[in-house]
Ligand binder design. Structure first.
Ligand SMILES: [Zn+2]
Length: 282
């Protein structure tokens, strides 16, 4: 004896998603063109994916067009018809479009049609009409291989959750800048451009400071200088610029000392030979 328990809640979710797969596939073909075929699909209770034959990942406009058409099919509450036909008859009537969901090794085919707009042989469970699907939302598309694009979609309460998640994201971004959503793009562009400009100014100031430092070292009579405020790269740059005029030059920081070849730093952990001078790590 075998006991079977069916998770009705999950079954209902899959039923909605499965019918959605047929609808989205048909709408993708309407929007993108007749080269679109179903290449695969996968259903989880929370979301579905549909792989279609198409060259490029979809633009935002294309996604929205497919979404609009799919939801129109829902709002029009179209009947989902299920016909049992012999394989020969079915193929004669509908052609090989039938096998988009994969080959079916049966003599009698179960032909699913959404009011004649989408016809496919399919053994899966479906809604009786499209209205029961609820809202359809495409949440992601990606090119998974050459000529195949994957659409990920959610329906019903999961579609509302997805829209809410986007709203939250937008609200949080607006809060960062303390602006409302009508000015978020302009404001973030302004911040980004200012940030780039300031970075450039910082670079220029650093360069000027370096030049002033070089001038003060060159005009001084001393050979040893404290460069504790500089990083090693900047100190080495200064060293290479000044060393021909000051062959005994020594630059000292907390973690390194730069000196001429042959110079000795007691207790240095490491000496890096740079050809004409040495860097001692302390
Ligand atoms: Zn189906």
């Amino acid at each position: 004896m075998v006991n079977i328990k069916i998770d009705l809640e999950n079954r209902e979710k899959l039923r909605r998603l499965h019918t959605t797969t047929h609808v989205v596939n048909h709408c993708a073909r309407q929007v993108l063109g007749n080269h679109v075929w179903q290449n695969g699909s996968n259903l989880k209770p929370e979301f579905g994916t549909l792989d279609i034959t198409h060259y490029n990942n979809l633009t935002m406009e294309e996604i929205f067009e497919i979404e609009k058409l799919a939801n129109k099919t829902v709002f029009e509450n179209k009947k989902v018809k299920i016909d049992e036909l012999s394989r020969d008859k079915a193929e004669e009537k509908y052609g090989f479009t039938l096998y988009q969901g994969g080959a079916i090794p049966m003599k009698t085919l179960r032909v699913i049609s959404v009011e004649d707009s989408d016809i496919e042989a399919c053994g899966g469970i479906h809604m009786e009409s499209t209205g029961g699907i609820g809202l359809i939302k495409i949440v992601e598309t990606s090119k998974i291989q050459d000529g195949v694009v994957r659409l990920k979609y959610v329906v019903n309460e999961f579609a509302l959750d997805a829209i809410y998640a986007n709203e939250v994201l937008l609200k949080e971004s607006c809060d960062v800048f303390s602006v409302d959503k009508s000015s978020i793009v302009r404001t973030s562009e302004k911040f980004f451009n200012d940030w780039k400009k300031q970075n450039k100014e910082i670079e220029n100031l650093k360069k000027e400071l370096g030049e002033l430092r070089i001038a003060s070292i060159e005009t001084s009579k001393d050979d040893e200088f404290d460069v504790a405020d500089m990083d090693m790269g900047s100190a080495m740059q200064i060293y290479t610029k000044v060393m021909s005029n000051k062959p005994k030059l020594v630059l000292k920081a907390n973690k390194f000392v730069i000196g001429p070849v042959g110079y000795l730093v007691e207790g240095a952990k490491k000496e890096l030979n740079k050809g004409k001078f040495s860097v001692f790590i302390i």
